[in-house]
Design a protein around this ligand. Structure first.
Ligand code: ADP
Length: 591
């Protein structure tokens, strides 16, 4: 099993190892030198003793091999010297041994082969350490030649048991062992104390760095020491501060970028080189009905099913060049986009693509509206002008002489001139209303009275078509608004209600309170408006029946003027109508 060692354990273990090795070495060399020293001392003592004893061996007894006399001498000398003494002939035969009885001596084996004896026989000093089979202990043997007039006559051997040396060594080893254990205990204690102090700031750093990785950079490590650990802690704190600052800056930058990204009117899509969506902004979410979370990480076509944009992206990723163009979206809503796709480079390699989509539907619509408007205006102006020109030519070519017809012609010219005048007036009011520079001069006035005045102005037309009109607005109903403009609203709506009414038809003007706002309804029993035309009825020049409208002196601008005025008053306008049964035009204004 693999045991994960902490730094502290490692430190303590290394202390123990150091103590162990140094004590080991010390014990080993101490032991060795003590042993050598003791042996050397014993050897020296034995040599001295041997040299002193050697002359005391009677040469005569040795010559005669007088074992009894020699035995008595060695026993005596052995007692004095405190060691075993053996006398051996040059042939190796034992003549006397202080540890043996005289009787046993003849059974003793020949000693010629013994190391120390061999050395002594060659004239020198023989020393050997052997385990004595007789005494079962290690013995130090020392042999000297016994000389008589320079010739070797025998060998004297002294032997000493080594247990005293071993005892001394054992005592010393015990002391060294105890010392080692004591030192080890101190090493463990000191080691753990020192390790704890060293480790404490490191552990703190580990703890704090864990909090860093969890995103909390406010923590700091405190270390009072001025050593490397203290320096490490200071560097660590500095690093945390730097990271915190950098993260702060990055966060701020990201927030700014996100704010720009999220508030951009343009739709933004960022994809990686594998065509996976990295990010989309809220405009894209709205346009394509996808949520950011759903889209991010998905392949482009999986999230946004638009082949045109996908082709743009593929082209950019393959050709590494920006492209732009117009694309039309049919679903979920009809839209026209100016789209541009640009490669994103990372170290000169395309790492993705940025797509910017600009909704130009409104611009295109306005362009169409403008060109339609110019065409409409030209057409509207051309018709009466052509007529006027035609009748003037006819008059000039001689019809002027024809008194009856010339008057009729001039009436027609006047009628067309009147139409031109109406058209130009309507166009002027419309352009004025649309200019946004208009300032409403609001005053409090009575609505019923206002409607009444307008109705009065239409008395002739009402009489002519035999139309009955009922003003059901309350007497006290008043409003704060631009009186002249509201007069125009009433005029245009009542004018239409009369123009598009049947003979003997009727009109009713009434009021409703809608959430505290004033709703005025002008209801007629006229020809009504086909359902398909209702959505476009407030557009400029839009008329259900162009010929009929012209014939009735209409310009096709009345309702758009009304709509503009109502909207300038923060109001709303609408119509409900059934073809053949009449129409109900209404507008709601705040009080
Ligand atoms: P015009 O000058 O033709 O009256 P408007 O803008 O006032 O222009 O009206 C646009 C068209 O709306 C008219 O041509 C007519 O077809 C239709 N319309 C307006 N008011 C009524 C109504 N009360 N009843 C039926 N149709 C109406």
């Amino acid at each position: 099993m693999l045991i994960k060692k902490s730094f502290k354990t490692k430190l303590i273990l290394s202390y123990i190892l150091v103590v162990f090795i140094s004590f080991g070495f010390m014990a080993f060399f101490l032991d060795k030198s003590l042993e050598e020293n003791s042996l050397h001392n014993i050897e020296s003592a034995l040599i001295t003793q041997a040299r002193l004893i050697e002359p005391q061996i009677p040469a005569e007894s040795l010559k005669k091999e007088d074992m009894a006399s020699l035995s008595a001498t060695v026993k005596n000398l052995s007692q004095k010297a405190g060691c075993r003494i053996t006398v051996i002939t040059i042939k190796g035969k034992v003549l006397a041994d202080s540890e043996k009885l005289l009787l046993e001596i003849p059974q003793m084996e020949n000693h010629q082969g013994r190391t120390e004896v061999r050395a002594a026989l060659s004239g020198g000093l023989g020393i050997d350490i052997r385990h004595s089979s007789t005494l079962k202990i290690d013995m130090l043997y020392m042999a000297l030649p016994i000389k008589d007039k320079g010739a070797i006559t025998g060998i004297i051997r002294l032997a000493l048991p080594l247990h005293s040396v071993q005892k001394t060594l054992f005592t010393i080893r015990k002391i060294v062992m105890l010392g080692s254990i004591f030192a080890l205990a101190i090493a463990v204690l000191l080691g753990s104390l020192l390790a704890s102090r060293t480790i404490e700031p490191i552990n703190k750093m580990i703890h704090v760095s864990r909090q860093f990785s969890a995103g909390d950079f406010t923590r700091r490590v405190f270390s009072a020491s001025s050593d490397e650990i203290g320096e490490l802690a200071a560097t660590f704190n500095k690093m945390a501060q730097d990271i915190e600052d950098k993260i702060g800056q990055t966060k701020e930058q990201n927030q700014k970028l996100a704010a720009i990204f999220n508030s951009m009117i343009e739709g933004i899509i960022v994809v990686d080189k594998g065509n996976h969506i990295i990010s989309v902004n809220p405009t894209i979410e709205k346009l394509f009905g996808v949520s950011k979370n759903e889209a991010e990480g998905k392949l482009f076509l999986e999230a946004i099913r638009n082949n045109d944009i996908s082709e743009f992206i593929n082209s950019v990723l393959n050709k590494r060049e920006s492209i732009s163009g117009e694309i039309t979206l049919a679903y979920p809503i009809h839209r026209i986009f100016e789209t541009s796709a640009t490669p994103i480079f990372d170290n000169n390699v395309v790492s993705g693509c940025l797509v910017v989509i600009h909704d130009i539907t409104e611009i295109r619509r306005l362009e169409t509206v403008r060109s339609d408007f110019v065409a409409n205006v030209s057409h509207e102006l051309k018709t009466p002008l052509t007529s006027i020109k035609g009748f003037i030519e006819t008059l000039l070519e001689g019809a002027l002489e024809d008194k009856d017809n010339s008057r009729a012609f001039l009436n027609i010219i006047q009628e067309h001139a009147e139409r031109l005048n109406n058209l130009v007036n309507d166009l002027l009011s419309l352009s004025h209303l649309e200019s946004k520079e208009i300032i409403l001069s609001k005053i409090d006035f009575n609505l019923r009275q206002q409607a009444e005045e307008v109705i009065l102005g239409f008395s002739a037309q009402l009489r002519k078509k035999n139309i009955e009109i009922k003003n059901e607005l309350q007497t006290g109903l008043s409003i704060r608004a631009d009186k002249n403009r509201l007069e125009q609203v009433f005029t245009n709506l009542i004018d239409n209600a009369i123009k598009f009414n049947k003979d003997k038809g009727n009109i009713k003007i009434h009021y409703q309170d809608v959430d505290g706002k004033i709703k005025i309804i002008i209801e007629d029993s006229g020809i009504g408006i086909p359902a398909k035309d209702i959505p476009r009825i407030f557009e400029r020049f839009y008329r259900v029946d162009k010929a009929r409208s012209r014939e009735l002196g209409g310009t096709g601008l009345g309702l758009s003027i009304v709509k503009h005025i109502v909207e300038l008053h923060d109001g709303t306008i609408g119509v409900e109508s059934v073809e053949g049964f009449g129409s109900k035009f209404w507008f709601v204004l705040p009080k």
